[in-house]
Design a protein around this ligand. Structure first.
Ligand code: GLC
Length: 507
């Protein structure tokens, strides 16, 4: 009896504990204040985009805010932002921005899009032009923008805990903060992160820009001086608490002269603050089961429907309708970075294979010209569409069987991730983010989600394409496995955002 009683007491105790634990689990009334992050970027979707930076600037804030942060985005109010967006912006006020001997007007606008607060900084002299970059005074335009980011806080009232700047256009933000703004109480303790998406563009100018345009006093000029020039990105590497780039492999590669574009020396000196975090993609927008741009939606369970997209794309582009031709897709900027020299060098060999090649992009004249001309010689096998269309890009991801990305360097790359999600098997060079996200298929273990090659050599790339075409012929065996491995991978921002959060919390 006594034993039974004891037992009952013992049984009750855990219940009581569970109750207590439940009470403890409930969110405390005084929640920890959300960390405030200001993401500074020169482009962000859906407003303007020239490259992957715009995708990151849209997706990272969303993922951070889902985790309880208050991340907002600030960017220039470009002429190229569609009117629909401009008409719905709200003006918060204006401020004057001192830039050496200048004093420039800056209007501050805001808009909320998909739950994210965006700030737009307006100055028509600098930003009422077609095209985001490539103007004679880009150095002055982005120096203005970077300083205006700090000045505009008095209008927005948003004083962040962390400023996260991206690429050379915003590299002067941490520099200006250190040189001019640390005396402001709200900015005294702000930490700074700088992310390198592309090291090829650094914001390099003659050193006279430092006093005449940037307005940085002589005794602080060394912050932005590098190898005899003014260099915006070097300033950010000096002044930021943490420097990140968009994949672990690329973070290692840029310490090497082949990839470092002369930045390797300063990066080696500051390597203690360098980290690599691989990007994610927006898995809601990039979903073959829901993407409205596709002719037919599909997922892994209905993979058989994908071929309908290939046939419809062939019809649309005037290519012979042939479900057995392996369709190779390429989507992206037609620049040296993307390894187009390799494709051009062995294009005739590729055209001998049972394939169709569809290229969408724009960029350097020499590549546009090469592929346009080659299209005339291979009307039944090659299509090159110059320009950019998100709709056609989706149709290519959906219609192609494989996706070629032989980049010379690739900080992260987003296209290979989208391709995998759409069941288009990536063929990539083992560099940067491509190496971190695409793993060569292994026939023995059935593991791997793509095909890879190592050297920047056209025949090595051709070999990888040939291997892909060989695998494709075994449609139900190896091919089905490599496709499934790619389609079932997790490329979402959730995991990636956690890594940034770790930095925000510990910086
Ligand atoms: C740049 C890089 C690309 C990266 C993107 C976003 O466009 O070239 O590799 O994915 O930035 O970080």
């Amino acid at each position: 009896m006594a034993q039974a009683k004891k037992k009952t007491a013992a049984q009750e105790k855990p219940k009581a504990q569970a109750k207590e634990a439940k009470v403890k689990e409930a969110p405390p009334k005084e929640e920890k204040p959300k960390k405030k992050i200001l993401l500074v970027a020169s482009e962000a979707l859906p407003f303007v985009k020239t490259g992957g930076l715009a995708d990151v600037a849209a997706a990272l804030p969303k993922a951070l805010n889902a985790d309880g942060y208050d991340c907002r985005v600030v960017m220039p109010l470009y002429y190229d932002i569609p009117d629909d967006f401009k008409h719905t912006m709200r003006c918060l006020g204006n401020v004057y921005v001192p830039l050496a001997w200048r004093n420039q007007y800056c209007g501050v606008f805001t808009q909320t899009y998909e739950g994210i607060t965006y700030y737009f900084l307006d100055n028509e002299y600098y930003f009422k032009r077609r095209g985001l970059y490539g103007h004679y005074d880009d150095g002055e335009r982005f120096a203005f923008f970077s300083k205006a980011v700090l000045e505009s806080m008095s209008v927005t009232g948003f004083y962040p805990d962390i400023i996260h700047a991206n690429d050379w256009h915003t590299a002067l933000v941490p520099v200006y903060l250190d040189v001019f703004y640390r005396g402001i109480p709200q900015l005294n303790g702000v930490k700074t992160i700088f992310t390198i998406h592309n090291i090829q563009f650094q914001g390099q100018y003659g050193d006279s820009i430092i006093s005449d345009v940037l307005g940085i006093p002589a005794d602080r000029a060394s912050l932005v001086m590098y190898k005899g020039c003014a260099n915006f990105m070097k300033g950010a590497i000096e002044c930021s608490n943490i420097v990140t780039t968009v994949s672990p492999t690329y973070a290692g590669e840029i310490l090497d002269p082949y990839y470092g574009y002369e930045m390797e020396d300063i990066l080696r000196q500051r390597s203690y603050k360098l980290r690599g975090i691989v990007n994610g993609i927006d898995t809601v927008k990039n979903d073959p089961a829901a993407d409205k741009a596709l002719f037919v939606n599909y997922d892994l369970a209905n993979f058989g429907k994908k071929v309908e997209n290939k046939l419809a794309l062939q019809r649309m582009l005037g290519l012979p309708e042939n479900k057995d031709a392996a369709m190779i897709g390429m989507v992206g900027r037609l620049t040296e970075q993307k390894g187009l020299d390799l494709v051009a060098a062995v294009l005739e060999n590729i055209m001998q294979l049972p394939v169709q090649l569809v290229i969408l992009g724009q960029g350097d004249w020499r590549y546009e010209e090469t592929f346009k001309r080659a299209q005339n010689d291979h009307t039944a096998k090659l299509r090159c569409v110059l320009g950019f269309s998100a709709d056609l890009a989706s149709k290519i991801y959906g219609g192609s069987d494989m996706f070629l990305m032989p980049s010379k360097f690739e900080p992260c790359g987003l296209s290979q991730l989208i391709a995998m999600r759409y069941g288009s098997v990536p063929i990539v060079r083992e560099t940067g983010g491509l190496k971190d996200t695409v793993h060569p298929y292994n026939h023995d273990t059935g593991e791997g989600n793509g095909l890879t090659f190592y050297s920047y050599n056209a025949y090595d790339m051709l070999d990888a394409v040939q291997r892909a075409v060989g695998l494709y012929r075994d449609f139900k065996g190896d091919w089905a496995k490599v496709v499934a491995n790619g389609m079932s991978g997790d490329y979402s921002w959730a995991a990636t955002a956690k890594k940034y959060e770790e930095i925000y919390e510990t910086v």
